[in-house]
Ligand binder design. Structure first.
Ligand code: ADP
Length: 637
């Protein structure tokens, strides 16, 4: 096929534009990105060669080579990895707008000047960072196992388009040639290259080599210097997870984290250990500090990378950790698994199960330790991932109490700076208290001002405040140390048994009134009853015990989901003077028009309190105004 010119997608053009015009610092990260791509390409080839020797083409000596040509100003990174077909080149580095591109552009807009280069690696736009230092980039690639004639040359000057052309390429793999800009020629310097490799890519396990020219004394003529070229390996190649903890510095851990996670911030915690016993493995696990934007997406890829005997088997091995720990990043290497392990084998493998259990325990223990001994750091972590961790209560029955203890909540009981846990709550429970009370709300303010808490406050019961959408489903199903968690906005509340006598008295006094209210509101509410949770407010609406949480209903509706209208229960406060007033109306005249208006107002008020509109706002306003006028009118009798 002849040379073909194609256009970049609009988003890719924007990325390129940014690379060329807006990024000034840390330009050297382009090399990290290219070496990382080359290393991935070799991993892929090596893994595939386990089942298909043909793609080796007799060359299994994996290598990444950097060449600097001072005469032409070209810097080349080449690998003998998997390579790309013509279509793949066009797809992967040509027209495709990577899914992360839009997020990247948005993040760049918000980022400060110094942060912005850190973002490059994060969104899979690594290759384009070449244009920070080069005004033209040429990629020559040929897929491993295909014939030499199927090579392809891709070239672009980042001017909105690129070209592709067929070419013959003997060696499998990819060569990326950067035609360096004048001010980027320093990257041809041997020591700059060495430093950059050591700083960002030292742990890459494949050798990164370069031809080094040295002057040596001639062995024939002692005084004469001759130039000798030899290939030197620039990286130490030691897989960081196989090193002793004491051999690895914090910056090294952090750099490796950036390499595997594409996250530019430092991790919240590093867990590095070697397990011995029934199953031997090494794990380097990171707890990130920032939540990735797509962690709640259905297709979010998670799990540490899996290595078997130094061979990378899988980038994300979901079998290694349960989904509620999907925020962790890292590497696990085992020598007990077969090299040609498949997904099906992984799912039923005994070693995998041991590793997963072991990792899960280690991660939960580490979080517990952080919570106890590094609270500030834990609080930040919890802000990012508490909502994910919480899913474990639902899905990991045997560990649900341990997970529950890791969750932090606001509460009606202040505890200085610290948030509360169910364990704190349980420790401070009143004698005879059987349930752990919580309220779901959309904000702390809303919860704190809620009339649903009145009686709990007066009687000194703590109520946990839950703000996550899944709280009612997840936390509501929890039993912690034999104590059920109970929502204060659902079902009946009876705080003290001492109230019983008074309750019976009230039941008798208001029996008829309740019936009248019930009859008038029969289309709007399920039932009308006296409340055990109100002190100052006259009324409120509550959901029935088994009904969906009103907070969750609201969220689902906002998300555009259809949620059937469910009738609530109207609770009225028997100690409120309003009820006495209404009872008097009733005693005077059964069919009182005024009583009817009061009942409507009562119901509408209850709706307002829970954050809904009155049933008929215009009528509501009219009745209020009428009563206000009547109240202020001079009395004639
Ligand atoms: P990322 O590596 O994060 O996916 P890049 O823009 O760096 O993003 O690369 C895009 C894609 O191009 C890679 O996912 C890979 O498929 C392909 N690619 C890049 N460099 C190479 C290489 N040296 N060998 C084979 N494929 C490569």
């Amino acid at each position: 096929m002849t040379k073909q010119r194609m256009e970049f997608k609009a988003e890719t053009r924007q990325i390129l534009d940014l690379m060329i015009h807006s990024l000034y610092s840390h330009k050297e990260v382009f090399l990290r990105e290219l070496l990382s791509n080359a290393s991935d390409a070799i991993d892929k080839a090596r893994y595939e060669s386990l089942t298909n020797k043909g793609i080796l083409e007799g060359d299994g000596e994996w290598k990444i080579k950097i060449s600097a040509d001072r005469n032409t100003g070209a810097l080349t990174v080449s690998d003998n990895g998997i390579g790309m077909t013509r279509d793949e080149v066009i797809q992967e580095i040509g027209t495709i707008a990577h899914s992360g591109t839009r997020d990247f552009l948005a993040a760049m807009k918000n980022a400060g000047r110094n942060e912005n280069t850190e973002l490059i690696g994060q969104f899979g736009v690594g290759f384009y960072s070449s244009f920070m230092v080069a005004d033209k980039v040429t990629v020559i690639s040929r897929k491993a196992g295909h014939d030499a004639g199927s090579g392809v040359v891709w070239e672009s000057s980042a001017d909105g388009s690129f070209t592709v052309e067929d070419v013959e390429k003997q060696q499998k793999g990819t060569e990326v040639i950067l035609h360096l800009k004048e001010d980027a020629k320093i990257y041809l310097d041997e020591w700059v290259i060495r430093d950059t490799v050591r700083k960002y890519s030292d742990f890459i396990e494949h050798p990164i080599v370069m031809d080094i020219e040295r002057e040596e004394e001639s062995s024939i003529k002692k005084e004469e210097k001759i130039k000798v070229t030899s290939e030197e390996t620039l990286n130490s190649r030691k897989a960081i997870w196989l090193k002793q903890k004491s051999e690895v510095t914090e910056p090294e851990y952090n750099e490796f984290y950036r390499h595997i996670s594409h996250d530019f911030s430092d991790p919240a915690k590093v867990i590095h250990f070697r397990a011995e016993g029934a199953s031997e493995f090494t794990a380097l696990i990171y707890l990130p500090s920032q939540r990735p934007a797509d962690i709640f997406f259905r297709d979010y890829k998670f799990g540490p990378a899996l290595y078997v005997k130094r061979v990378k088997i899988m980038e994300h091995c979901e079998e290694l950790v349960p989904p509620y720990l999907r925020f962790v990043k890292g590497v696990v290497e085992s020598s007990d698994l077969p090299l040609n392990v498949s997904r099906e084998i992984l799912q039923s493998n005994r070693h995998m199960e041991i590793i997963r259990n072991n990792l899960t325990k280690k991660i939960l223990d580490t979080l517990d330790d952080m919570k106890k001994n590094d609270y500030g750091n834990y609080l930040k972590f919890h802000g990012s991932f508490g909502r994910v961790l919480k899913e474990g209560i639902h899905f990991d029955f045997s560990r649900r109490e341990a997970i529950a203890e890791l969750l932090l909540f606001h509460s009606t009981k202040e505890d200085g700076e610290k948030l509360r846990t169910v364990a704190d709550y349980a420790a401070g429970m009143k004698e005879g208290q059987k349930e752990i009370y919580y309220i779901t709300a959309s904000s702390i303010g809303e919860a704190e001002n809620s009339p649903y808490l009145e009686a709990f406050r007066v009687k000194g019961y703590e109520v946990l405040i839950m703000l996550d959408d899944i709280d009612d489903i997840v936390m509501g199903s929890l039993e912690y140390k034999g104590k059920r968690l109970k929502s204060v906005i659902k079902g009946e509340v009876a705080l003290d048994s001492g109230d019983k006598e008074e309750k019976e008295k009230h039941e008798k006094a208001y029996k008829e009134l309740l019936e009248v209210i019930r009859e008038q509101l029969k289309d709007d509410v399920k039932d009308v009853r006296l409340s055990g949770r109100l002190r100052d407010s006259a009324c409120c609406l509550v959901a029935d015990e088994g009904d969906m949480d009103p907070q969750l209903e609201k969220i689902l509706r906002q998300m555009g989901q259809e949620v059937p209208e469910r009738k609530r229960i109207l609770e009225v406060n028997p100690s409120h003077p309003l009820l006495r007033v209404m009872n008097n109306f009733l005693a005077e005249k059964k069919e009182s028009l005024l009583l009817g208006e009061y009942i409507s107002l009562l119901y509408d008020q209850a709706r307002l309190i829970e954050g809904s509109k009155p049933k008929n706002p215009a009528a509501f306003a009219k009745t209020i105004v009428k009563l206000m006028v009547e109240h202020s009118a001079p009395k004639h009798d």
